[in-house]
Design a protein around this ligand. Sequence first.
Ligand SMILES: [Ca+2]
Ligand SMILES: [Ca+2]
Ligand SMILES: [Ca+2]
Ligand SMILES: [Ca+2]
Length: 406
Amino acid sequence: MGNRFTRSVATLAGLVLAGTGLAAVNAAPAAASAYDCPAGYFCGWSGESATGQMYKTNKSVADLGGWNDKIRSHVNRTTSIACVYEDKDYVPSGGYFAEEPAGPGEYSSYPTATASSIKFVRTERECSQKAYPRWFSETSPKALGFGDMNGDRKADVIVRDEAGRLWFTPGDGSGRLIGSGGWNAMNALVRHGDFSGDGREDVIAREGSTGKLWLYPGTGTGSVGARKLIGTGGWNAMSRITAVGDLSGDGRSDLMAVEKATGKLWLYPGTSAGSLGARKLVGTGGWNAMNALAGVGDANGDGRSDLYAREASTGKLWLYPGRTGALGGRVLVGTGGWNAMADLIAVGDFSGDGRPDLAAVSNEKYVIDGYAGHLGWLLTYRGQGNGLLASGQRTDGEWWGLNGLC
Ligand SMILES: [Ca+2]
Ligand SMILES: [Ca+2]
Ligand SMILES: [Ca+2]
Ligand SMILES: [Ca+2]
């Protein structure tokens, strides 16, 4: 992220000439204006205030040629993000601006003309990175029954980008598009094992506008198939939803959710039909004090699925050991600081020792060398097999600019 420049805020409204009804005498030729840039184009001007000569393009340009280091003001009137690089060939290390789409008459102004190439992308991180982050996983000695969409015993992560696309990252640093768009309509994305009964891991998503819950059956290759409605509505009454594995004891994966109005924790048992059965009360109240839940699998090695929960007021991480259809007395796993994490990712064993691990991505509260603001770090925590975690390893600093992980 070190080379990523903050977008200039020098966006000004263009001048509007008021009609006076008087005939102009000795009128000068019409000057270039920010309004001259047509919709669908990126435009640059030789002058600082959208004046002078105007350049325009609706395609990426690796070398601005005669316009190299000549653009002093510009506007992006496409529907993409425009990466404006100081170097040719979209090389990000020399610095760049990520220009979001703007309206008619707007422009950004720069005292020094530095632009040498322009690239159109869907998400800001693609100015310098792939759309998906680098995820690496070792092969686990055993199948844990979750965290593995393609059955190779390597823990996978599913990533949603800011453009609403879904990516499958299998643990070798690569990524594959599995959802071409529209996923930003979902305000919860969870997975933990198989719900549909075919042995392949599935994804469950909540639709924000309707409160419906959808099951996206895994194909066994990392992709998901045609969705099936498993909750007809009302799920927006729940704050946090997590898939936890089998808590009810019938061998099928279950869902847990916290009811906003009451702070109650409910268990929704998976059924053989791939739907959810009648809910059971697991926590009588107080669960609104937790601002993240993670179905981490059997973290303490007793054969039952467990739950991690983060306490908002303290930033502590707690283990709630699974019992049959219930949770046991909690155990402190992290003494504090967990509020500096945006996402908790419980995808099973990525360290390759057969024990489930936990990964997390930092938010702006994360401190490195005494300074906060280090968002977008992937931290990996090895499970110790007793429910506790080894200290976090700072693994990769380019997990910024995403919109959800499961
Ligand atoms: Ca896998
Ligand atoms: Ca399935
Ligand atoms: Ca357990
Ligand atoms: Ca492990």
